[in-house]
Design a protein around this ligand. Structure first.
Ligand code: G
Ligand code: G
Ligand code: MN
Ligand code: NA
Length: 255
């Protein structure tokens, strides 16, 4: 397609950049980490959402070079923050990795190589994958285990929306579970998901997983999540994705 061809050119001509969305700890209003999110400004069509072009990149295989570029940029930025901000640097920088990348033989080796090239300590990187990607087959799980063995953290994204199995949480080396926005949306309206959100924090505590509530849009939601025992959250209430150079000045609101 046209978009696929344009995407190939985009990588070579500086049309892509990464924004970083804060992940905060509650109730203290401290920055815990950031999630890298790719943005594409097309020379004629303007901004194109990753929700539109990532699936295309996955189908065409372009996600492999694109994902490698994203990983390298994010690790470079993370190393720069450590240098420049020291103790105030984001403690973790999260990079989304698609199913297709994870299935690619040698992906864990690539992660290792990027960490060496950028000098980033492995524990500062978090690789974020969807539960569906992990279920994709044995190869993905083996690759994920190899990445975890490097000392990199693993986050399960959009948790609860795929074919979740609590068994996956035992077989997969996850450190962080990201509770999907669709569960968070109605928790302050007596919605049916409040009970799921409440149960998930218990599961996470029991399995020693760090729970991150995604898509928190209001102060009321943040307060309710904190009351339920959540310590980490992300969403427009705290901050929208922002350029790297805005992170140092960012101060999260206290919950
Ligand atoms: O940032 P936004 O909400 O528009 O993202 C839409 C979708 O694109 C989300 O599912 C998000 O996980 C995905 N996405 C954003 N950035 C990246 C990236 O760097 N790599 C991959 N694989 N997916 C991304
Ligand atoms: O699938 P994934 O969880 O990676 O999607 C992340 C995307 O969700 C980001 O690209 C970001 O733009 C979007 N996002 C983050 N916080 C919020 C929020 O509070 N509300 C909405 N609607 N989208 C959000
Ligand atoms: Mn994500
Ligand atoms: Na995500």
């Amino acid at each position: 397609s046209r978009l696929a061809a344009d995407l190939r050119a985009a990588l070579d001509t500086d049309q892509l950049r990464l924004l970083y969305q804060p992940i905060v700890s509650m109730p203290g209003g401290e920055l815990y980490g950031v999630e890298a999110l790719v943005r594409w400004t097309h020379p004629e069509r303007g901004p194109i959402s990753p929700g539109a072009f990532i699936p295309i990149a996955e189908r065409t295989g372009q996600i492999v070079p694109l994902g490698a570029w994203i990983l390298e940029q994010a690790c470079r930025q993370a190393a720069t923050w450590l240098d420049e901000l020291g103790d105030a640097a984001p403690r973790t920088v999260t990079v989304n990795v698609s199913a297709r990348q994870l299935r690619e033989a040698g992906f864990a080796g690539e992660v290792d190589a990027v960490l060496r090239r950028t000098g980033l300590p492995p524990h500062v990187l978090t690789v974020e994958v969807t539960e569906t990607a992990v279920f994709d087959g044995g190869a993905a799980l083996a690759e994920l285990r190899a990445i975890a063995a490097l000392g990199v953290s693993i986050a399960l994204d959009d948790f609860g929306t795929g074919h979740s199995s609590l068994g996956l949480l035992r077989s997969c080396p996850a450190d962080i579970l990201k509770v999907d926005k669709s569960f968070i949306d109605d928790i302050t309206e007596g919605g049916q998901h409040a009970v799921v959100v409440a149960a998930l924090i218990g599961i996470c505590d029991g399995l020693r997983l760090r729970a991150v509530a995604e898509g928190v849009e209001t102060a009321e939601q943040a307060a309710e999540l904190h009351r339920l025992g959540y310590r980490f959250a992300q969403g427009f209430h705290f901050a929208r994705p922002m350029p790297a150079d805005a992170i140092a000045a960012y101060r999260p609101p206290v919950v």
